[in-house]
Ligand binder design. Sequence first.
Ligand code: HEM
Ligand code: HEM
Length: 144
Amino acid sequence: MENMLKHAHSGLRWVALILLVYAVVNAIIKKKNGTYTDKDKLVSILTLSFVHVQVVIGFVLYFLQGRYKGFSEMSESVTRLYALEHPLTMLIAAVLITIGHSKSKKATEDGKKFKLTYLFFGIGLLLILSRIPWPFLVPGAGWF
Ligand code: HEM
Ligand code: HEM
């Protein structure tokens, strides 16, 4: 169970990241005079859903693995990443992305919808990229 969730959490990062990049680039391109279509709405909902799924699986793993306790065989910086920085940063990113989706949904002007999307999703994306345990930074971490 724990292993399955671990692989789901690791693999689904790519779905969330690709959707975030697509949503941000799309919103930047269309903000000037694009029309906000059902497709743009769907991209926003899908992105939000995959980010939410990541947070839910992440929290389950965090408590299943007792990450808050840290692990003696890990360096101090890796312990801090898994116990605190990764969960907290990802949670903040998810909250920003949720707020962005919600504000964009409520905005009436199309330009405004796109602007809210690229601002909130863009900051969320940068936060997420900054605290993923990338294999070139964290010993033992995987690519998927
Ligand atoms: C597997 C778990 C989850 C999935 C698949 C999921 C997916 C979604 C989807 C599809 C929406 C609707 C977007 C829309 O139609 O506008 C949404 C909205 C929302 N979700 Fe989640 N979610 C999950 C877990 C959570 C959790 C655990 C929380 C909070 C603790 C949460 C908080 C919210 C909030 C606040 C919104 C409203 C955003 C708005 O105002 O438009 N979600 N989520
Ligand atoms: C957008 C949200 C998130 C993304 C994209 C994400 C992504 C990742 C990635 C790529 C890994 C590395 C997996 C590997 O080394 O193969 C990971 C590990 C982990 N994440 Fe997240 N994460 C997110 C949110 C969270 C949250 C909110 C928590 C906890 C509250 C969490 C807890 C964990 C834990 C415990 C691990 C270690 C799993 C293991 O044993 O490899 N994650 N996460």
